[in-house]
Design a protein. Sequence first.
Lengths: 333, 333
Amino acid sequence: MKSPLIGITVGDPAGIGPEIVVNALIKHALNRSHRLVVFADRSVIQQALDQTGQHAEIVEIGHPDEYTPDRDAIHLVNGQVLDGPVQMGLIQAACGRSVYQHVALAIEWAMQERIDAIATAPLQKESLKAGGCPHLDHTAICKALTRSDDATTLFMVDRLRVFFLTRHIPLRDIADAIDEKLLTEAIPRCLGYLEMLGLEKPNLAVAALNPHGGEDGLFGTEERDLIAPVILKMQGKGYRVEGPVPGDSVFHLAHEGIFSGVLSLYHDQGHIATKTLDFYRTVSLTLGLPFLRTSVDHGTAFNIAGKNKANETSMIEAIRCADQYAFQIRQGR
Amino acid sequence: MKSPLIGITVGDPAGIGPEIVVNALIKHALNRSHRLVVFADRSVIQQALDQTGQHAEIVEIGHPDEYTPDRDAIHLVNGQVLDGPVQMGLIQAACGRSVYQHVALAIEWAMQERIDAIATAPLQKESLKAGGCPHLDHTAICKALTRSDDATTLFMVDRLRVFFLTRHIPLRDIADAIDEKLLTEAIPRCLGYLEMLGLEKPNLAVAALNPHGGEDGLFGTEERDLIAPVILKMQGKGYRVEGPVPGDSVFHLAHEGIFSGVLSLYHDQGHIATKTLDFYRTVSLTLGLPFLRTSVDHGTAFNIAGKNKANETSMIEAIRCADQYAFQIRQGR
């Protein structure tokens, strides 16, 4: 069986995206071990090759059949927005237009099953907005263009897989944002995604909210009054879910393989765990779309863009992860 | 210069404390590399030797002058509470009495400068209470018997050093528990302790409370309205303090050496970081006493006690850490 064909978008041309993509493909030779197609302006890739000192032929293609096993070339789908070098590290409307054009192109290819998954380098929200894109970020673009209702984020590093029950809300609002409906819906969804990733009989741990899981009501009552009862009910329905497990042991236990995944209750709970464990190797997966999208978990780093100083590890991991799970996510749907 | 003489307490005799101490000293030969005195009943150490299959002579001493460089012996200060094997994994008043007696003895020796620091294995709060001890835990005993007002906990793993602004309170109360006074007092105290640990010109990062540090008020206002202004004021007074730094990058940056220490704002924030990074090698230091106390960061694990299954890594790290910083903490006071 052929390995999947992975589409890569380079994110904001003025950020570190193009250089980490070029370094991943050429310097780290992912081009040789994987089947990859880059969605970008030709001039952006040429500029990144110049910035990184890497050498590669750029082969423009208009259909996946034109992909050849010449692993030294960068296969490019050129959306033709920019036609010369961009100024690095600045918010530019043209860069925003280039991002949106190429992400939309990649999504079109993925919807037509010309490619099997997409790995994205970071974009800049302000550039995207300046370029007239009506969507906030990659996830919003993916949801809109694929008409998907759900888009679930999963963070992965080694064996640790983390879902999020709430995300961008103030810490003081978290406890009130968690209710029976939210938990009851999230547990089967997370377990379903873990199965889709190929885990056999996965089990999910729900993280606790309070220190020591509330210590029986001493430091918080949400575990006793809400989380534990929901888990019991879901266990009764046959779901392999456990917890609430105190936040300071649940991620360690999942990383050791005791749990297939963790449902973290708030943004920083899961983010602190994965990013402290391995900042560069944490990969973000967007699940619930008709295809898999993976992403680095860092930003455009305008302050060092174009200087060949950026760490490409997260980009490499995002590409590897897309390659590993592309077919499973397609088939699981 | 002689290396410090470290006192070790074994925690609850019915827990994993005695076996991890014996394994640290004999199996991992810390007895050969460090100067160690154990505070425990003779029968408890004998039982732990039997359980672990380790062999060592037990030499009871009544004064540090009796410590000899015979590194194959366990030097014991015997408080004579128990005189036979205990039943493992059960809450017992006699075990609570033994814990308190030996911790109190170790503190007495430390106050008299007979030993230079104390490393403690875990106790069981319920046993301690059943044994009639009026104090909740090790920290409370240390504070009471040394008449110390302050006792600051520092978690360490590799280069990552984490202080806590709040601890055992519900998550929903955290935002309101943090105020200008608490922050203003904590910053100089943490910096002072970092200096005491021998760090030159230490810098302290204050963690943010909300995701992305609130993103300029979008997901929470505490950074903008409280934390950033306090940090600015303290910087104006010459304190080397930075932040607020988002929770999901501050621990990674400190671990990479960018910050000497992190002031985490709540229990799980710092606990998730250290314990996910390295569950077994996280050591807890109690600062603010007349001597250094270090501790494992796990509990008595009654379910596996006496079975020689417990991981002694954290105990080893606690002893090494006590040895490394004992003199600095004494001199720093």
